[in-house]
Structure formats: C-alpha cells, structure tokens
Design a protein. Structure first.
Length: 86
C-alpha cells in the first residue's frame, strides 16, 4: 500500500479517537491498528515512523510507542518479524 494512503488512514483513525471523551486516544489508535490492520500494513507504518514519521499525527506516533511497549505480551509472526496479537 502506498505510504500516503497509510498515513492518511492512520491520521483519520487518530482524528476520530481524539474527538472521543478521555485521554486514551493513543491506546485506542494502537488497539484499532492492531485489531484491523494486516501485519504488512503495521510493519510499513512502523517503518515509516522509525524513519521520522513525516506527516503522521502525534497521536499516531504515540500509538506506535504504545504498540511497541506492549510487544512483550505479543507474539512474533515469524514470516515478518512483526508483532501481532496473541
């Protein structure tokens, strides 16, 4: 998928969760991406963030940190080395 499309989708998710009550938007964005994005999309988003995360909403960048921080409870997908839900 094109990086521009992934960035747009991730930012739209962040915009939605920022509009909801509470201050847990990064955790909700991380959960949404973990639950609904395929591993290749997550890997591509993480690679983009690791390369500086140009144009990504701050909430998306925080969500990626939440995702990585919880990686100890995730398992590794041997095909991609990508963290996925157990």
């Amino acid at each position: 998928m094109s990086p521009d499309k992934l960035i747009r989708m991730a930012n739209q998710i962040a915009t939605f969760f920022k509009s909801q009550p509470g201050d847990d938007a990064p955790a909700k964005v991380a959960a949404h991406i973990t639950d609904f994005w395929e591993p290749r999309m997550r890997a591509q988003l993480r690679a983009h963030a690791d390369a500086g995360g140009a144009e990504l909403d701050d909430v998306v960048l925080m969500a990626i940190r939440v995702y990585v921080a919880h990686s100890d409870v995730a398992r590794r997908d041997p095909a991609l080395g990508e963290l996925t839900n157990p």
